[in-house]
Ligand binder design. Structure first.
Ligand code: ZN
Length: 304
């Protein structure tokens, strides 16, 4: 089995994860989680969102969160923004990287922001200008790359067109979202082989969701064709609008699998599992973590 030697994980729990939690989580608690995540060795951590606070009240304290965390050298702390005004606020708050979002499929994009994908991409120019002036790199998050809940399959050429458009505008990397957990391993293998060949110089993350239990299988398929950048969320927090349903792939389950496969992540799994415990306390819910419940494979029963 071909596997890369090492991969890069982008931790989503503090942003994509808790944005769907209805009860407001106090700023100090968010800071506690992010500081603990910083100690795991995660090289990228999404920490805040600078959208209209009325749209996502849970993340209205982005500025305070960034002011309160202890930034670990080498870690990139990311804020996501919907427009130029958000980019200005993210830059002022001290984000190391800015994320912008739109959907590869028109129907999903229209459903979310009432405009076509093309118009959304054109509208990103203002974010790019502000980020360039502030010297902050931008990534483009492209939703519905592995399937759209309104349209079904999204043609690979359409995903390639979206990537090409945002890279031309100045995005230095892209994140391909499996927004509602529609990816399957064969499709991931085919789409990612095509895209890695087509965009050899653009870092491509995949942001897989586990709504239907295919999350880690999709990641294994991606590893085998050379994908080395993955998004995941501690405790499997967030990523599904259906209460109680699984959304984001769980970070500690992913890191556990990678380490068992001999793929290096640079992350400390025990510290990550401790973060999953914090995440569960923070949200008052049991997490979707397998490893938190079952323990690591290497945790042998010592009394027998
Ligand atoms: Zn997600």
């Amino acid at each position: 089995m071909y596997l890369p030697e090492s991969v890069i994980i982008c931790e989503q729990g503090a942003r994509d994860g808790i944005q769907t939690v209805p009860e407001f989580i106090p700023t100090a608690k968010k800071i506690e989680l992010i500081n603990a995540l910083s100690e795991t060795g995660a090289p990228f951590i999404e920490v805040a969102s600078f959208v209209n606070p009325r749209v996502i009240p849970q993340l209205r304290d982005g500025r305070e969160v960034l002011a309160g965390i202890v930034k670990r050298p080498g870690v990139k702390y990311i804020g996501v923004v919907p427009n130029a005004e958000g980019a200005r606020r993210a830059a002022e708050a001290g984000c190391d990287e800015i994320g912008i979002f739109f959907s590869a499929s028109d129907s999903h994009n229209r459903h979310n922001v009432n405009m076509s994908t093309e118009d959304s991409i054109r509208g990103l120019a203002g974010v790019m200008d502000i980020s360039r002036d502030a010297g902050i790199p931008v990534y483009a998050g492209i939703a519905t790359c592995f399937g759209c809940p309104y349209e079904g399959d999204v043609p690979p050429k359409r995903v390639a067109w979206a990537i090409e458009s945002v890279v031309k505008m100045g995005a230095y990397r892209v994140v391909l979202g499996d927004t509602t957990g529609m990816a399957n391993p064969r499709q991931v293998e085919e789409l990612m082989s095509f895209l890695l060949q087509r965009f050899p110089d653009t870092p491509i993350n995949i942001h897989i969701h586990d709504n239907r239990g295919m999350g880690l299988a999709c990641i294994l398929a991606a590893l085998q064709v050379g994908v080395t950048r993955f998004d995941s969320s501690v405790g499997g927090l967030g990523g599904s609008p259906t209460p109680g349903a699984m959304g984001n792939v769980c970070s500690e389950d992913l890191v556990h699998m990678l380490h068992e496969l001999g793929v290096e992540t640079g992350m400390d799994l025990d510290k990550l599992i401790a973060c999953a415990r914090i995440a569960g306390e923070l949200t008052g819910r049991s997490t979707h973590s397998h490893v938190l419940k079952a323990g690591k494979r290497s945790d042998l029963v010592r009394s027998c």
